[in-house]
Design a protein around this ligand. Structure first.
Ligand SMILES: [Zn+2]
Length: 168
């Protein structure tokens, strides 16, 4: 007898543990990108775009290296994913990121028609997915991105704390 799928807190109806396992695997790659960003002296944020069980693109924050205020991991990963797939619509892709996306990146997720975003640590000061704004799920926009939050949040937070404690 099969168990009845339980709706999750984020509203996604998930019938198995497969998603949680996959989420952990892809988030581990995003955390790798964040660690590499930390080594380069960047705020440690990493992102991975996945489609059909394959990585389309991965990137870390490069704001310092490029001296570009928009060179957030999510934007770099979305651009690379669109380039890799030869089309700007990423409507069957998921983006994994170690920190809750800001307003720019949350907007970019909507523009790219991404299906799903998974983030690790919440950003209570600038997060635009759940914390300060909720852009991906705003019904006034023409596309909605479903959301999973808190995957590997402790690891992502520890990396960010390492970066900010070094600066003090
Ligand atoms: Zn951003």
């Amino acid at each position: 007898m099969q168990a009845t799928p339980q709706p999750r807190r984020d509203g996604r109806d998930v019938s198995s543990q497969r998603d949680a396992r996959e989420d952990a695997i892809w988030m581990a790659l995003a955390l790798d990108e964040a660690r590499q960003a930390l080594e380069r002296g960047e705020v440690p944020v990493g992102a991975v775009v996945v489609r059909d069980g394959e990585v389309l693109a991965r990137a870390g924050n490069e704001r310092e290296a490029r001296q570009d205020p928009t060179a957030h991991a999510e934007v770099l990963a979305l651009r690379a994913a669109a380039a890799a797939s030869g089309r700007w619509r990423l409507n069957d892709a998921s983006l994994y990121v170690t920190l809750e996306p800001c307003a720019m990146c949350a907007g970019a997720l909507v523009l790219a028609r991404v299906a799903h975003v998974v983030f690790a640590a919440a950003d209570l000061k600038a997060g635009a997915v759940e914390s300060v704004f909720a852009i991906p799920t705003d019904v006034r926009l023409n596309h909605r991105v479903s959301v999973t939050s808190g995957v590997a949040a402790d690891e992502a937070t520890a990396l960010l704390q390492k970066f900010f404690s070094r600066r003090r």
